[in-house]
Structures are given as structure tokens and as C-alpha cells.
Design a binder for this molecule. Structure first.
Ligand code: SF4
Length: 459
């Protein structure tokens, strides 16, 4: 079981990680704001993207069938894998058929999901991640800590130390020199690799093409230099038509990195002669999500990472606290759906339900609603935490009975003076103590709204 509280406690004691994550997420949010200000029809684009995804979800098998037919006609070799194990074996079979010993790969969360790297390693195949962030976490022996920015938790100093210790780089903290070192290290790998792997951002049903967006050019090199290319992708990446693609491209980058567009957009619409391109379509629980009236909405995710950037929990603890390849608000839902209740039953509670994720999501996924439903399911199976039911009932009484409300808040506003230091509440006792463990609380106002109303009405 993923122990979110334990993970979060550990991370919160490390100010370097907390600062690094906070700086990076807030920076991405600021850039997003600046960029969407310059896209007057951004809200309209969000609606159109949502509609396109709804179309796919509403008629999923037909769109998938159409994609497979068109992709095959384009010369791609299409495979389907029901679960992670089947996907791993399929990929291994293709690589073995080509005698592959080394593979270069561009960023793919689906590959992380099926844990392909250790599997290939155990079969004597070395896979190099070529996205800079992925490469850094691979060298560090860690998991990505953000859907789009895998090394968000690491500082320049840590990366410098890592590269010099593990790869023999002459120690430098200059970002340009560090990047150049990684670039030169990986450059050699592209030319020697026997196969290239990638994910896909979009699978276009009506043309049978697939689309990869990126910023570093590494995906282009990984997918075109080696003799064989394997695309590993979840079946949810479908979009109905190539006419929908511009809509998605216009909302993805601003929501993710705050760029107007990613630097490279590659549309693969035909397999070049003499070169094999395999597309491995992975289910691994996605059809189960499709059948679930609440969870199916999460399949619309275009993996921009915006909900992580804006989440007050993620901003504090970063992705590793979630103990899964998928982190942040949408990651909770995906982890629960893919890896199951027993693994993820703590995660739905790692949210304030503030709604910021719903506001920012470019395809308007109602993440808080899904999280609330997951909480309901967890409590139904596990029962609530001790004392929780009593607390909730007391709270419900306070909020629904005018008399209790009046008395309760008057008492609370008097009692709080015991815990107040200056103008903040610094610590609460007993079961309430975790609320003030890592933050100060705003105290209740001296006068209630009712009292103020009465006074002003009187005046
Ligand atoms: S849920 Fe929405 S905001 Fe979060 S990663 Fe997916 S598309 Fe982006």
C-alpha cells in the first residue's frame, strides 16, 4: 500500500525538495497565465477539446477500430496488450526479433507504468532515456516526480553532483554545461542504438497517424535514427480526427509548460520503406475505467501536468509522495484505477478538494468530484478513520443547525485564544494537531457573519 502520509512527512523535512518543487510549479503557473492571456479563444478551445474527448469516450471501440485499420494501412504494425505483462513480453519479442541490445527512448509515462526498463535490463537490453529530465532520474535511480517535468524535485547542484559522481562529468553547476554534457553523452547512444522507443501524445483515428510533442528534439532522434521504432501508448490517447489536432496542440503546451507551442510536433503518418514502426496499444485497466461511470472521465486526460502545478498538496510535497508513476490530482485517480484499491486507498485523501485542478484542467475534468467518489468507495470498503464519523457529524450539526452554529462558533472563537500566537493559530491539540503540523491556521474572526450583519443592518 502506498503510504502517502509517511512519504509526505519524509519529504516535508527536506527543504531543498520542497523549495525546488514550489519554485518550478509556481513558475509554470505564471508562464501559463501569461500565455493564455494571449490566446483569446482559449476557453472555447477547452470546450472543443472536451467535446472531442467525449466523442471518443462515448464510442470508444469504434474509434479504436478505425485507428487500427488506418494505422495498419499506413504501414504501421499494430499490437494490443491487455496488461503490463503482455505489453512487456510483446516489446521484448519485437526487440529480440531485431537482435536489439541497446534502445534509446523518449519520454513516456506509459512505459514507466508497465515498468519496462528493469524488465528489459533483466533480459540484457539496456534502455537509455533521452529526455533530459527522464535521463536525470534514470541516472539517479529514481522515478519521475511530475508527469511532464520528471526531475522537478532536483536542484542544479544535485544534478551536477549526480552527473559528476555517476557519469564522470567535470563538476560544474552551469546549466548550459550540464545540458551539453548530457547531450554529448546521449548523442553517441542514438547512433549505436538498435531500436528506438517512444510514447504518443495523440492517436488520430481518422488518419491512423500518431503524434509526439516535445521540446528537445530527442524524440525525433530516438524514433528515426535506429532501425526499428516501438510506440508504447495507452489506448486513451485517441482523438477522433486530424481536424481536432490543432485544438489539442493549442491547449496542451500552455497548460503544461506555459509555452505557446512545444518546440517540436511530429506527426507520423506512414512507415518509411524498409523500416518497422510498431504501435503497442495498452489497455492495462483502461477499459475497466471506461465501464466505470465516474472514473471514465479521467481517460480524457491529455497529461499536461497542469493539475499537479496548481495543487497546493503537490506544490508542497512533489510527485514522489504519491508513490506511483502517476502523481498529482489526476495521478491519484489513475493510480487507483490502474493499480487498484489495495495499493492506492490512502491517495484519494491527499487532496484539499479546493477545485483548483478542475479550474485549470484544459479538458475540464472534474477531478474533485472523482476524488470524492473514490473517498466514498474507500470508506465503504474500509470504514472511516476512528473518530472521523463523530467529527463529521459534529461538523454537519454545526453547519446545518442555526442554534448550534451560533453557539458552536462563539465557543470556538473564545477557545481559540488559548492556541493563538500573534495573529495565527500555531498548534492544535490531539486529533486536530496534524492541521497545524506544517502550517499556521488563520483564526476564526472575532465576530461572526451574523453578528456583523446585525450590526450593519442596525446602522
Ligand atoms: S487532468 Fe487535466 S490538468 Fe491534469 S494532467 Fe490531465 S489534462 Fe492536465
Amino acid at each position: 500500500m502506498i503510504d502517502f502520509r509517511k512519504n509526505a512527512d519524509r519529504i516535508l523535512k527536506d527543504p531543498v525538495v520542497v523549495n525546488a518543487v514550489q519554485r518550478a510549479t509556481l513558475h509554470a503557473l505564471k508562464k501559463r497565465e501569461e500565455t493564455i492571456e494571449r490566446i483569446p479563444d482559449f476557453e472555447d478551445l477547452r470546450d472543443r477539446a472536451r467535446l472531442a474527448k467525449e466523442k471518443v469516450i462515448g464510442d470508444f471501440e469504434n474509434y479504436l477500430k478505425l485507428f487500427k485499420k488506418n494505422a495498419t494501412e499506413n504501414g504501421f504494425i499494430v499490437h494490443e496488450a491487455g496488461d503490463a505483462e503482455e505489453a512487456r513480453n510483446l516489446i521484448l519479442k519485437i526487440l529480440k526479433a531485431h537482435g536489439a541490445r541497446t534502445v534509446v527512448s523518449s519520454k513516456s509515462m506509459t512505459q514507466e507504468e508497465i515498468e519496462i526498463n528493469p524488465f528489459l535490463e533483466s533480459h540484457g537490453i539496456k534502455k537509455y532515456e533521452t529526455d533530459l529530465g527522464e535521463f536525470i532520474v534514470q541516472v539517479a535511480g529514481q522515478r519521475p516526480s511530475h508527469i511532464t517535468a520528471p526531475a522537478i524535485h532536483l536542484t542544479r547542484k544535485e544534478i551536477a553532483r549526480l552527473f559528476s559522481e555517476k557519469l564522470g562529468m567535470n563538476y560544474t553547476e552551469d546549466p548550459e554545461e550540464i545540458t551539453n554534457f548530457a547531450r554529448n553523452f546521449l548523442r553517441g547512444k542514438y547512433f549505436k542504438a538498435d531500436a528506438g522507443m517512444s510514447g504518443a501524445n495523440f492517436l488520430v483515428a481518422d488518419t491512423g497517424s500518431f503524434v509526439i510533442v516535445e521540446n528537445e528534439g530527442n524524440a525525433r532522434m530516438s524514433t528515426t535514427l535506429p532501425g526499428v521504432h516501438i510506440v508504447v501508448t495507452g489506448i486513451e490517447k485517441l482523438i477522433p480526427s486530424i481536424m481536432d489536432l490543432p485544438v489539442f496542440l493549442k491547449i496542451l503546451a500552455p497548460s503544461s509548460t506555459g509555452q505557446r507551442q512545444t518546440v517540436y510536433t511530429s506527426i507520423f503518418s506512414r512507415a518509411p520503406e524498409g523500416r518497422e514502426i510498431h504501435i503497442v496499444l495498452i489497455d492495462n485497466g483502461r477499459r475497466r475505467m471506461l465501464k466505470d461511470p465516474i472514473l471514465r472521465e479521467a481517460l480524457m486526460c491529455i497529461r499536461c501536468g497542469g493539475c499537479s502545478n496548481v495543487c497546493p498538496i503537490f506544490q508542497l510535497v512533489g510527485g514522489h509522495a504519491y508513490g506511483s508513476v502517476y502523481s498529482g490530482p489526476i495521478g491519484i485517480i489513475w493510480t487507483y484505477a490502474i493499480f487498484g484499491h489495495e495499493v492506492a486507498k490512502e491517495l484519494p485523501f491527499a487532496s484539499t478538494l479546493c477545485g483548483a485542478c478542475r479550474e485549470i484542467c484544459p479538458v475540464r475534468i472534474d477531478i474533485p468530484r472523482i476524488l470524492l467518489e473514490l473517498r466514498r468507495r474507500v470508506v465503504e470498503r474500509e470504514g472511516g478513520r476512528p473518530g472521523e464519523k463523530i467529527l463529521i457529524n459534529v461538523w454537519a450539526g454545526l453547519m446545518t443547525e442555526p442554534f448550534l452554529n451560533k453557539i458552536g462558533f462563539r465557543v470556538a472563537s473564545k477557545v481559540q485564544t488559548v492556541f493563538k500566537k500573534g495573529d495565527k493559530i500555531k498548534s492544535l491539540p490531539s486529533v486536530l494537531s496534524s492541521w497545524t503540523k506544517f502550517k499556521d491556521l488563520e483564526p476564526l474572526a472575532d465576530k461572526t457573519f451574523r453578528e456583523l450583519w446585525k450590526e450593519r443592518k442596525g446602522s
